[in-house]
Design a protein around this ligand. Structure first.
Ligand code: NDP
Ligand code: 2IT
Length: 451
C-alpha cells in the first residue's frame, strides 16, 4: 500500500488487507469510507497525491497492555486492554472505551477509524480514538468491576490527558465504570482534569450526556423525515439494544409521538404491539442499569409482549428502524426483509450495525438511511461540550445543552446533505457523511505537511 496511491477501491483495499491481516471489521469500516472518498478524490487530486486516505487508515498508534485483577475468590485474572489513537489532526483523540469479551484490535481499530470521521462531522475540535478491553462486566460484583477499572487506568493514564486523549463510555462502560476510572486517574496523577467524559454531574460531568446519543439519533431521523415533509409522529419504530443508546432513543421516539415496538439484548428481542411507552422504557432502564437483568423479563412483566430467544427484531413490520446494539446486527437478508415490509427510514444508533451488503440494499432502494457516523454523533458531541465546560470550569444548563445538541445534529444533517444529495434530490447520507467528515481532517493534515 505504501507506494501505491488510492486510485481504485480494490487495489487500495488489497493494501489495507495485506497490512492488517485478519482484521475484518477494520477492513469493512475502511472499505465503506474508501468507496465514497476515492471517487471524490479523483476530482480533488491534491488529497490523492498526498495519500490522505492511506494516512488516515494507519492509526497514529495502537497501545495494548496487560490488565491484572483479583476476583472475589482470590483468583488472578488477566485481560488485555487497548487504546487506539487514530488521528488527532483536528483535536485531542476522543472516543469511548468498550468492555466486552468480543473486544479485539480489529474492532477497536474500526471504531477509532469511524470515530475520526464522526468527530469531524460534529464541527467540534476533536480527533478520533477508541479503546477498551476483553473484560466481561456481566456477572461481576461491583468490587470486581472497581478493581478491574483501577487496574486498567493504572496503565491507561500514561497515554491519556485532557489535551491528549479523552476517553468516554461505550458498550459495557457507563457511569459506574467512568467513576472508578476517573477516581483512579485523579489518585495517580493528583490532578482533577477533564480526562474522561460521561462523568457524574457532581464531579464535572455534563447534563444531557447520558441522553445525547439516543436523542441525537432520533433528531437525525426527524431531520431526514423533514426533507420529505414527514415526521416520526404516528410511525412505528424497531429499536434494538436496551442499553444507553437504545433506551434514550426510545424515550425521544415517544416524545416525538412515535410508537416503539421492540427492544433487544444479546439473548433475544421483545415485541410489544401496545408500544414501549416512557413508563415501560423506565422499567427497562431499571432492569438493565440497576438489576442487571435480561430483556426476556420484559415479556414476563408486560403480558401482551412476546420474547424471541436468539432472534433480532428486524422481521417485525414497521415504518422506521434504529439499530442501537452493536456492529453487523442487520444482515443483508434482514435488510431485504425490512425493505419488503416497507421500511422508509433507518438511523444507526450503534456503530456499523448494518452489514455492508445491507447498506447497499438500503441505498439502492433510496430510503432515508442515516449512517452511524452521522446519526449517533450526538453522544460524542455532548462529550465535546463536556470538555468545553471542564476547561471553562463551569456548567451549562440542561436546556442550553439540549438546544446545542439539536443544533449540532441539524448541522451534521446539513453537512451530509451538502455532499450527499444526488441530481434526483435523494440524499445518499453515507456518501455525504464520508466525504464531509474526510474533508475537514484532510485539510488540517494538509496544513501540517508530511507528518
Ligand atoms: P450498552 O452497554 O449500554 O448497551 C449495549 C446493548 O447492546 C445491550 O442491550 C447489549 O445487550 C446489546 N449488545 C451488546 N453486544 C451485543 C451483541 N454482540 N449482540 C447482541 N446484543 C448486544 O452500550 P451503548 O448503548 O452505549 O452502545 C450501543 C451501541 O451504540 C454500540 O455500538 C456503541 O458503540 C454505540 N454508541 C454508543 C455511544 C454512547 O454514547 N454510549 C455513542 C455512539 C455510539 P446485553 O445487555 O445482553 O449485553
Ligand atoms: O461511539 C461513540 O461515539 C461513543 N462511544 C462516544 C464517544 C465519546 O467520546 O463520547
Amino acid at each position: 500500500m505504501c507506494a501505491q496511491r488510492a486510485t481504485d477501491l480494490e487495489s487500495f483495499m488489497q493494501g489495507v488487507e495485506a497490512k492488517n491481516p485478519g482484521e475484518v471489521e477494520f477492513h469493512q469500516a475502511v472499505r465503506e469510507v474508501a468507496a465514497d472518498v476515492i471517487p471524490w478524490m479523483q476530482d480533488h487530486p491534491i488529497y490523492l497525491n498526498l495519500q490522505m486516505l492511506e494516512r488516515m487508515a494507519e492509526p497514529d498508534r495502537v497501545v495494548s497492555f496487560r490488565v491484572c485483577w483479583e476476583d472475589e475468590e482470590g483468583n488472578i485474572r488477566v485481560n488485555r486492554g487497548y487504546r487506539v489513537q487514530n488521528n488527532n489532526a483536528i483535536g485531542p483523540y476522543k472516543g469511548g472505551l468498550r468492555f466486552h469479551p468480543s473486544v479485539n484490535q480489529s474492532i477497536l481499530k474500526f471504531l477509532a477509524f469511524e470515530q475520526t470521521f464522526k468527530n469531524s462531522l460534529t464541527g467540534l475540535p476533536i480527533g478520533g480514538g477508541k479503546g477498551g478491553a476483553d473484560f466481561n462486566p456481566k456477572g461481576k460484583t461491583n468490587r470486581e468491576v472497581m478493581r478491574f477499572c483501577q487496574s486498567f487506568m493504572t496503565e491507561l493514564y500514561r497515554h491519556v490527558g485532557a489535551d491528549v486523549d479523552v476517553p468516554a463510555g461505550d458498550i459495557g462502560v457507563g457511569g459506574r465504570e467512568i467513576g472508578y476510572m476517573f477516581g483512579q486517574y485523579k489518585r495517580i496523577t493528583n490532578q482533577f482534569t477533564g480526562v474522561l467524559t460521561g462523568k457524574g454531574i457532581e464531579y464535572g460531568g455534563s447534563e444531557m450526556r447520558p441522553e445525547a446519543t439516543g436523542y441525537g439519533a432520533a433528531y437525525f431521523l426527524d431531520e431526514m423525515l423533514k426533507t420529505k415533509g414527514d415526521s416520526v409522529r404516528g410511525k412505528s419504530v424497531l429499536i434494538s439494544g436496551s442499553g444507553n443508546v437504545a433506551t434514550f432513543a426510545a424515550d425521544k421516539i415517544n416524545h416525538r409521538g412515535g410508537k416503539v415496538l421492540t427492544l433487544s439484548d444479546s439473548g433475544g428481542f421483545i415485541h410489544d404491539p401496545d408500544g414501549i411507552d416512557l413508563e415501560k422504557v423506565n422499567w427497562v432502564k431499571d432492569l438493565k442499569n440497576n438489576r442487571r437483568g435480561r430483556i426476556s423479563e420484559y415479556a414476563d412483566h408486560f403480558k401482551n409482549a412476546t420474547y424471541h430467544e436468539g432472534k433480532r427484531p428486524w422481521g417485525v413490520p414497521a415504518d422506521l428502524a434504529m439499530p442501537c446494539a452493536t456492529q453487523n446486527e442487520i444482515s443483508s437478508d434482514e435488510a431485504g426483509t425490512m425493505l419488503a415490509n416497507g421500511i422508509i427510514g433507518v438511523a444507526e444508533g450503534a456503530n456499523m450495525p448494518t452489514h455492508i451488503d445491507g447498506i447497499h440494499q438500503f441505498l439502492n432502494a433510496k430510503i432515508l438511511f442515516g449512517p452511524a457516523k452521522a446519526a449517533n454523533a450526538g453522544g460524542v458531541a455532548m462529550s465535546g461540550l463536556e470538555m468545553s465546560q471542564n476547561s471553562e470550569r463551569r456548567s451549562w444548563t440542561n436546556e442550553e445543552l439540549r438546544n446545542m445538541l439539536r443544533d449540532i445534529m441539524t448541522g451534521i444533517h446539513a453537512r451530509c446533505a451538502e455532499d450527499g444529495t444526488q441530481k434526483d434530490g435523494w440524499c445518499n447520507y453515507v456518501a455525504g457523511a464520508n466525504i464531509a467528515g474526510f474533508k475537514k481532517v484532510a485539510n488540517a493534515m494538509l496544513a501540517f505537511g508530511v507528518v
